[in-house]
Structure formats: structure tokens, C-alpha cells
Design a protein around this ligand. Structure first.
Ligand SMILES: C[S@@+](CC[C@H](N)C(=O)[O-])C[C@H]1O[C@@H](n2cnc3c(N)ncnc32)[C@H](O)[C@@H]1O
Length: 306
């Protein structure tokens, strides 16, 4: 069964260059449009390692079996350059409706257009999704919710899209304790998120070399856990795949570090609180906690529409 698309009034003709355009380019998620179009392939197919990592993460977090998704309608919100879009389309026979509010949709189309009519891409906000309610078998939202202005409302908007017995799977940055925000990211973000994207990227590129060296030095002398959180660089050890060449690692580090410092919002949450919000949105949680990944772990909530 196909999904009933509800474009905003007067927007029938807004199917532009292969994408349903239901949001303006200028919105709070602009930094992501800049980022994903600059680094369109970094986590997708430039390095095979990225693709494998995305596939493992997707199926670990969802606990889905690819063969059970044939012909299902899956909504993905906040798809970025489409690494999970690709993992879904490649590993399953599902239909994927992929939404992002930024111009990252262009990168997703460039990366995944070969999947033809099984993929439909929408530039739209989670708060104004262009679909009639209760049409999707599954909804995923990976790495997004902490970057939205109202986390609880975002969960409710996703829940509204699910059919009865449909399943929502979300991951997000967790609050792990009082120390979560004692971190270079949260100390510097009040400045960095206001900088022009080009300037911030140039600063990160210029400093990535010595930051990577210092990061690995702290790891070697056994002080990485304590000191690396004060270095303005992404968490290499717990997020990047193994086996990248130095140049590949540096490109990935620049992307992930930009992704730390540029977003307008970064609001980690306690998993139990997110679970409560899912339940207040009419879902029943089937899992709330940490899923071990190839590297590190992810805070995940899975919930079913009753
Ligand atoms: C950190 S990126 C994650 C992208 C992708 N899920 C991944 O992990 O590679 C977050 C994405 O969420 C999108 N986003 C943020 N707020 C959104 C909103 N209100 N509606 C739809 N997408 C949103 C951003 O544009 C961005 O592409």
C-alpha cells in the first residue's frame, strides 16, 4: 500500500529535482545542509568501512531482520546524507520515505537515487511532516532528536505517523551523569554554533592534525578517558571505524568535529525521560537503554503504537 502524501496547500508542483520540497532551505538545520553536501560521501561509499558501520548500527539499534521488512513502508526522519537510507534500501525490500529539513536531501538523492521508486525524499520538518497520520509500519530517527528544538514534541510527531502496531526506533545523545556537559563541546558551542559555517570548518581543518596527534597521545599514556573530553575534537575511539588510512581518518574527524560544534541545538536526554515521552505519545516501549555497537554504544528507545 502506498502512502498518502499531504503536501502543504498549493505545493502540488513542488516536486523539484527528484525531491518533494516542503520546507525552505533557510531554517535552524542549515549547518547540516552545509555539512552533508560538503561531506556527501564520507560516511557512505567513499570508504567501504562507513557503509558496513552504518548497516551494523542500523540493525543493532532496531533489532530488525532485513527479510521481515519486505514491502513495508518505512519513514526515516533526519536522514542527512543518507547513510541509513542506503543501508535500509540495500539490505531490505522496503519502501523508504526519507525526510530532512535541510539541503542534505540533495546529498541523499545523489547518494541513493539508484534505488528508484523505493525511495522518496522530502525536504520537510519533523514538525510538519507531509503525510496523513498513521500510515507507516516503521519510523526511524537516528542521530537527530537532540538537534531539534523540542525533543518531546519531536517524539510525538514521529509517533503520530505510525500505524497501529507500528514501531518507532530512535537513538539520541544521552545524559549519563552530571559530567555529560563538562566537555569541550558544550564549553565551546555557545561560540562555535554562532560562527559562519565556512569559518568554523576552516578552523577545524587547520587544527585537525595536531588535535588528532594529541588525542592519540593521551590514549597511549592511558589518560584518554580523562583528558580527551577537553580536546575540541570528536570521540575518535568510540565512533570512527577501524582501519581507515590517516587521510580518511582526518576527513571523518573534520566532519564529526564540525557536526559537534555547528548545530543550533544539542540537547542530550536521559533514556528514561525519552521513554516516558514515547509513552505519553501513545506508544508502549519495548526497549529503553544502551545498544552495544561495533564501537561504543548508543542510547536507544524502541516503542510500539497501541
Ligand atoms: C546529525 S544529522 C544525522 C543524519 C543521519 N541520520 C546520520 O546519522 O547520518 C541530523 C539531521 O537531522 C536533520 N534535522 C534536524 N532538525 C530537523 C527537523 N526539525 N526536521 C527534519 N530533519 C531535521 C538535520 O538537517 C540533519 O541532517
Amino acid at each position: 500500500m502506498s502512502v498518502d502524501i499531504k503536501l502543504p496547500e498549493g505545493q502540488k508542483e513542488n516536486f523539484v529535482n527528484g525531491i518533494y520540497r516542503c520546507a525552505d532551505d533557510a531554517n535552524y538545520s542549515e549547518s547540516f545542509g552545509f555539512q552533508w553536501n560538503k561531506f556527501q560521501r564520507t560516511q557512505i561509499d567513499q570508504f567501504e568501512k562507513g557503509l558496513v558501520q552504518s548497516r551494523l548500527r542500523l540493525f543493532a539499534e532496531t533489532a530488525w531482520k532485513p527479510s521481515e521488512l519486505a514491502n513495508l513502508n518505512i519513514l526515516e526522519v533526519g536522514s542527512g546524507a543518507g547513510r541509513f537510507t542506503r543501508a535500509l534500501l540495500e539490505s531490505t525490500e522496503s519502501n523508504v520515505y526519507s525526510v530532512d529539513s535541510s539541503t542534505a536531501v540533495n546529498a541523499n538523492l545523489a547518494n541513493n537515487s539508484r534505488f528508484g521508486s523505493r525511495l522518496k525524499i522530502f525536504q520537510a520538518s519533523i514538525y510538519d511532516l507531509p503525510f496523513a497520520p498513521e500510515q507507516f509500519d516503521k519510523v526511524i530517527c537516528i542521530g537527530v532528536l537532540q538537534h531539534t528544538p523540542d525533543f518531546k514534541k519531536s517524539v510525538a510527531c514521529l509517533a503520530a505517523m505510525l500505524k497501529k502496531n507500528g514501531e518507532l526506533v530512535i537513538d539520541f545523545y544521552p545524559v549519563t551523569g552530571w559530567w555529560t556537559k563538562i566537555h569541550a563541546k558544550y564549553i565551546l558551542r555557545p561560540i562555535t554554533r554562532r560562527m559562519s559555517h565556512a569559518r568554523l570548518l576552516a578552523i577545524i581543518e587547520a587544527n585537525a592534525g595536531w588535535l588528532i596527534k594529541t588525542y592519540f597521545f593521551f590514549e597511549r599514556i592511558g589518560l584518554g578517558r580523562i583528558l580527551n573530553r577537553f580536546l575540541p575534537i570528536c570521540d575518535i575511539k568510540n565512533t570512527l571505524p577501524e582501519g581507515l588510512s590517516y587521510e580518511e581518518l582526518k576527513e571523518w574527524v573534520v566532519l564529526d568535529t564540525f557536526d559537534m560544534f555547528s548545530p543550533r541545538y544539542d540537547q542530550p536526554q536521559k533514556p528514561e525521560v525519552v521513554r516516558k515521552w514515547a509513552e505519553e505519545s501513545g506508544l508502549e516501549a519495548s526497549f529503553c537503554g544502551y545498544v552495544p555497537l561495533e564501537k561504543g554504544s548508543a542510547a536507544v528507545v524502541r516503542a510500539i503504537k497501541k
